[in-house]
Write a protein that binds this ligand. Structure first.
Ligand code: GTQ
Ligand code: FE2
Length: 351
């Protein structure tokens, strides 16, 4: 290109800019990479550092109307300071002090809680009080009113998972305040939702038809634990039951469809026998893991990170993951996979 042409080209680009236009040919490599090149990075947050920070927030920051929740988001270091664990998923530690109440509200964002330690908080979902205890997985699907109240003299912390970033990018958020106090202060050990819905393989005839969200408000640890134990016992007895040798796994499902618990979020629990090393996998979409119990090593895009109880790890889209269990290793996992499956964009590779 001669100097005259070069100057003309620069004028063209300046005129594009003035009209808010951008040519594909200068951007194509970034816009259409040969495979996903996530901005989010693999990252680990240690529970032993998170929990004391949440406790300090408990001492200094009140919970109530306006702020709504004492939730502290995991902010992925690749995502430009936004409170997002991945481009689609929010993950936070939420802390509720003795006798505190987080007021009721509802929003289009889908939410869940997972409890790694403690008890004494009830989350009230559309008026149904749901006890929260170690190992329980609790749902607050989109547009259900929910508030949390701690009925004890001890604080409690848990993790929240929501599709906040996805809803934010897609400009689809609606939000409404509910009452400042929870609508039902009862403290039953089993919610009405579980009494109606949480019986294996049985559904009430008063509730036929497919629903977009699971009607089960709480998936209790005793069931998850037993399901995983039985997979390993069956494997010991020579029956096919595990996803790979020494690796038991279950997915939380919506009993009205057999599919995922909520339209945007998948949740699973994995149990590795001591010494198990998984195959290396990568897939489209992002995941967050929390260690429920035990010790092991996550190799994320070739980098080893040692994890222990409560630690959280983010696996961005198309990043490789291998898990090595040094003890029995129990892992809670959630991901945005249902979004990609629904759009026929899901893809995975196993080494
Ligand atoms: O508990 O309702 O971590 O609305 C973020 C948004 C928790 C909740 C979060 C929320 C909640
Ligand atoms: Fe909420």
């Amino acid at each position: 290109m001669n100097p005259t042409e070069e100057a003309a080209l620069q004028r063209l680009y300046a005129d594009f800019d003035a009209e808010h236009l951008l040519p594909l040919w200068t951007q194509v490599g970034d816009l259409m990479p040969a495979h996903p090149r996530p901005q989010a990075r693999p990252h680990v947050w240690e529970w032993k550092r998170l929990y004391p920070l949440a406790r300090r927030a408990g001492d200094l920051v009140p919970v109530g109307r306006g702020g709504e929740r004492r939730a502290i988001a995991l902010a992925n270091p690749g995502l430009e300071g936004r409170p997002y664990a991945t481009p689609t998923l929010w993950a936070a530690i939420q802390y509720l002090g003795p006798r505190e109440v987080a007021p009721e509200h509802r929003h289009t964002q889908n939410a869940f809680r997972f409890v790694v330690e403690g008890e004494g908080v009830w989350t009230v979902v559309d008026g149904d009080p749901v006890a929260m205890r170690r190992g329980d997985f609790l749902l607050t699907p989109g547009w259900h009113f929910h508030g949390h109240h701690n009925t004890t003299d001890t604080p409690m912390a848990w993790i929240d998972g929501l599709d906040i970033p996805f809803v934010h990018y897609t400009d689809s958020s609606f939000f409404e305040f509910g009452p400042e106090q929870v609508t039902d202060t009862g403290t039953p050990s089993v919610s009405r939702s579980e009494r109606l819905w949480a019986h294996p393989g049985l559904r009430p005839l008063s509730g036929l038809g497919a629903r977009a969200h699971s009607p089960i408000a709480a998936y209790r640890w005793e069931h998850t634990d037993r399901a995983l134990d039985e997979q390993l016992a069956l494997e010991d007895e020579g029956h096919a039951a595990t996803v790979e040798p020494g690796h038991a796994a279950v997915r939380y499902t919506n009993p009205t469809t057999g599919g995922d618990v909520m339209p945007t979020i998948r949740a699973e629990f994995h149990r590795l026998r001591p010494g198990t090393r998984t195959r290396t996998r990568r897939e489209v979409g992002s995941s967050v893991y929390q260690v429920f119990d035990g010790d092991g090593v996550f190799t994320l895009d070739g980098v080893e990170r040692r994890l222990t109880r409560g630690d959280l790890a983010v696996v961005p889209s198309w990043s490789t993951l291998t898990v090595q269990a040094d003890s029995r290793f129990d892992l809670f996992r959630f991901s945005d996979t249902p979004i990609f499956e629904a759009l026929h964009q899901f893809k995975e590779e196993t080494e």
